[in-house]
Design a protein around this ligand. Structure first.
Ligand code: GLP
Length: 250
C-alpha cells in the first residue's frame, strides 16, 4: 500500500483527483468504481474543474458506484444516484448510460444485486476503484461482521453508520436501515484501489485498515491483501499511522 499524506482536506482532494485523472488520461475508456460520502466531494470538484478547463474528458469512461440506500428513489436528495449527479455526472461529459448505481427501488433487491455483479463482471471489473472509509472501517456499505461478503448484497446498516450519516438527513429516524452494496469481491477485483480519508474522526479506521489485523471486523483491512492500493489522506486521518512509525510519502 502506498500512502500519501497531505496537509489538509483540500490538498488531499487535489491529490486524489490527480490519481483519478491520471487513470483517465492513461486509459480514456477506463471503468471507474466511484464512491459517495463527504470525503470524495472535493476530488469530484477538481475533476469537474479540469473537465471545464478542457484538460480531461469522461466521454468514454464507464462508472459503477459502490452502493445505494434501499428504498430511496434516484431523485431523493440523499440517494447516492442524486449525489453522483450533483457532485460529478452533471458537470462532466460522461454519458448517462455509462453510469451505474444500484437501484434502491428495485422490487427484487436480490435480483438487482445479481444483475449489478454480472454487469461489473461484464466490464472486466474496475480499473480504478475509489473508496472512502466509514468510521468503523466499512468500505462501500460492507459493515463490520463475522465474514467478508463477496457479492453485491443487501446489508443492514449498523447503528454507528446510521448515526454518522444522520447529519445528511432531517433526523436519524429518516436514515434508511438497509442498503445495496458492492461486495468485497468486486472491490478486490479492481486493478487499482484509491482510498481517501480526511479528519481526526477517521484516524482509527485508517490505522485499523493499514496496520490492523485482516479481519471482517474492519472491512477495510482486507485491502492489505490487494496488490495496488493508494491511500491519500490528510495529516489528521493519518495521525495514528504516522505515530506508529509507518513510512508515508508526501
Ligand atoms: C457512507 C458510504 C461510504 C463512505 C462512508 C464515509 O457510509 N457508503 O462509501 O465511505 O459513508 O463517508 P464520509 O466520507 O462522509 O465520512
Amino acid at each position: 500500500m502506498r500512502i500519501y499524506m497531505e496537509k489538509d482536506y483540500e490538498a488531499m482532494s487535489r491529490r486524489a483527483a490527480q490519481v483519478i485523472a491520471a487513470e483517465i488520461t492513461h486509459n480514456p475508456a477506463c471503468v471507474l468504481g466511484l464512491a459517495t460520502g463527504s470525503t470524495p466531494v472535493g476530488a469530484y470538484r477538481y475533476l469537474a474543474d479540469w473537465y471545464r478547463q478542457g484538460q480531461l474528458s469522461f466521454k468514454e469512461v464507464r462508472s459503477v458506484n459502490l452502493d445505494e440506500y434501499k428504498g430511496l428513489a434516484p431523485d431523493h436528495d440523499q440517494s447516492y444516484r442524486y449525489f453522483m449527479q450533483h457532485n460529478l455526472f452533471n458537470h462532466v461529459d460522461i454519458l448517462p448510460e455509462n453510469t451505474q448505481v444500484p437501484d434502491g427501488l428495485a422490487p427484487d433487491p436480490a435480483g438487482e444485486c445479481a444483475r449489478y455483479d454480472a454487469y461489473i463482471r461484464s466490464l472486466g471489473y474496475a480499473h480504478l476503484q475509489l473508496l472512502g472509509l466509514g468510521r468503523n472501517g466499512h468500505i462501500g456499505f460492507n459493515e463490520p461482521g463475522d465474514s467478508f461478503v463477496k457479492e453485491t448484497h443487501v446489508v443492514d446498516l449498523t447503528q454507528s453508520t446510521i448515526d454518522a450519516n444522520a447529519r445528511f438527513f432531517a433526523s436519524a429516524d429518516d436514515v434508511p436501515r438497509q442498503a445495496l452494496t458492492m461486495g468485497i469481491g468486486c472491490i478486490m477485483a479492481a486493478r487499482r484501489v484509491l482510498v481517501v480519508a480526511s479528519g481526526a474522526d477517521k484516524a482509527d479506521a485508517v490505522y485499523n485498515t493499514v496496520c490492523g489485523p485482516i479481519v471482517p471486523g474492519c472491512p477495510g483491512s482486507i485491502l492489505q491483501l490487494h496488490p495496488d492500493v493508494v491511500l491519500v489522506a490528510d495529516e489528521a486521518a493519518l495521525s495514528k499511522v504516522t505515530a506508529a512509525g509507518v513510512p508515508v510519502c508526501g
